[in-house]
Design a protein around this ligand. Structure first.
Ligand code: KG4
Ligand code: ZN
Length: 355
């Protein structure tokens, strides 16, 4: 089957066409992503109203490009999937309404995809892995360790009680005047910095649950920077390196706890899977390799362009759901908040209806 996928939950306008074979293998026919980063950079973060307007302006063209690149007409697709949340509600409305219009006019099934589920299932598109696996999702908006037991069947083992890891990277970058988004810049500054110069806290270390807390780390970094102000270029590098090392130590400890909880609840995972923009960080990838080696677990880290927000992951999640008969009606609402635990593994009779 071929599915068109639409992503508009944050600051990427994206559309893709993905094919799923009857045996469950995936192939990306097109994957078009337009980043709005330059429109938000001056504000130091995503401005929801600007994001929604930019999605309205770009989405039709992005969908046309994705269809053209896939060499596919609307008649040749088997369903239309859109991220229906969680995310910035203005953007979610744009993508979901567009998908509904296409589904209605072309008489195709609509699949309202949970953005987090799409991140969670991407490893099955890239690596065809079997359930159950342990997902580490770390982006600008989310930090979660999840047991992925099946489509629609998730157990959240850990989450952040305050900031997401990507958000902490972005706030660090902002504080040090490194611009937005900050993750990649902080990583590159950290490469020539001293990770042991500043004694930053490692929040939650040793706790038996698998939760994260990042806001204390960010505050500690600010206090260290204020103590030595005005800061030199080398100070910036040392602060970045010390911050990143603290995050790496926290990730290692929290994932160890998460994998332990996973084994207690679901047995051995088929893989440890990384997703989200933060998974592009080399130091974090290194620690994921170490953990998977320690536990004799396969590590699946999809390429960076599939870890960050994109349409292919939405199309793939749509295909996985459609293959199980999980489709949605045209009155499906957009969601600003939509925890994975609210999803269901089996369709309710009413939700089976194909529009
Ligand atoms: O998944 P994503 O593209 O968008 C969502 O937030 O959903 O993730 C973006 C986040 C940003 O916070 C960005 O700073 C962070 O991922 N990020 C990184 C790196 N590249 C992107 N964080 C740390 N190191 C990186 N190399
Ligand atoms: Zn995302």
């Amino acid at each position: 089957m071929r599915i068109l996928g639409i992503e508009t939950t944050c600051d990427e306008t994206a559309a893709a066409v993905v094919e799923r074979t009857s045996t469950g293998e995936g192939r990306i026919l097109s994957n078009v992503v337009l980043s709005q980063v330059s429109e938000h950079a001056a504000f130091g973060g995503v401005v929801p109203e600007i994001a929604a307007r930019a999605h309205v302006e770009a989405l039709d063209h992005i969908i046309s490009n994705a269809m053209a690149e896939a060499g596919c007409s609307f008649n040749a697709i088997d369903g239309v999937a859109a991220a229906a949340g969680p995310g910035l509600i203005g953007g979610v409305i744009v993508g979901l309404t567009t998908a509904k219009a296409i589904a209605l006019v072309r008489e195709k099934p609509l699949i309202a995809v949970n953005h987090l589920e799409a991140h969670a299932l991407t490893a099955r598109l890239t690596d065809s892995i079997a359930f159950p696996y342990c997902l580490f999702l770390a982006s600008g908006g989310h930090t979660q360790i999840v047991a992925v037991r099946g489509v629609g069947d998730y157990v959240r083992l850990g989450t952040t009680v305050d900031d997401a890891i990507g958000e902490a990277f972005d706030k660090t970058a902002k504080l040090l005047g490194l611009g937005y988004p900050g993750g990649a810049v902080v990583e590159s500054e950290a490469k020539s910095g001293d990770p042991s110069r500043f004694a930053l806290p490692r929040p939650m270390l040793g706790k038996p649950n698998a939760d994260f807390s990042l806001s204390g780390l960010k505050t500690a970094l600010r206090l260290e920077a204020e103590k030595i102000a005005p800061i030199s270029d080398q100070d910036v590098r040392d602060l970045c390196a010390s911050f990143q090392q603290a995050v790496v130590d926290v990730v290692a400890d929290r994932l160890r706890a998460g994998l332990k909880l996973f084994r207690e609840h679901c047995g051995n995972p088929t893989a440890l899977v990384a997703a989200g923009g933060v998974a592009a960080n080399g130091a974090i990838r290194k620690v994921l390799h170490r953990l998977s080696f320690e536990g004799g677990t396969l590590l699946v880290a999809p390429p960076a362009e599939l870890c960050t927000d994109n349409g292919a992951m939405i199309a793939w999640a749509g295909a996985e759901r459609l293959a199980l008969g999980l489709v949605d009606t045209l009155d499906t609402p957009p969601h600003a908040r939509w925890p994975l635990s609210d999803l269901v593994a089996r369709p309710a009779p009413a939700a089976r209806k194909v529009v």
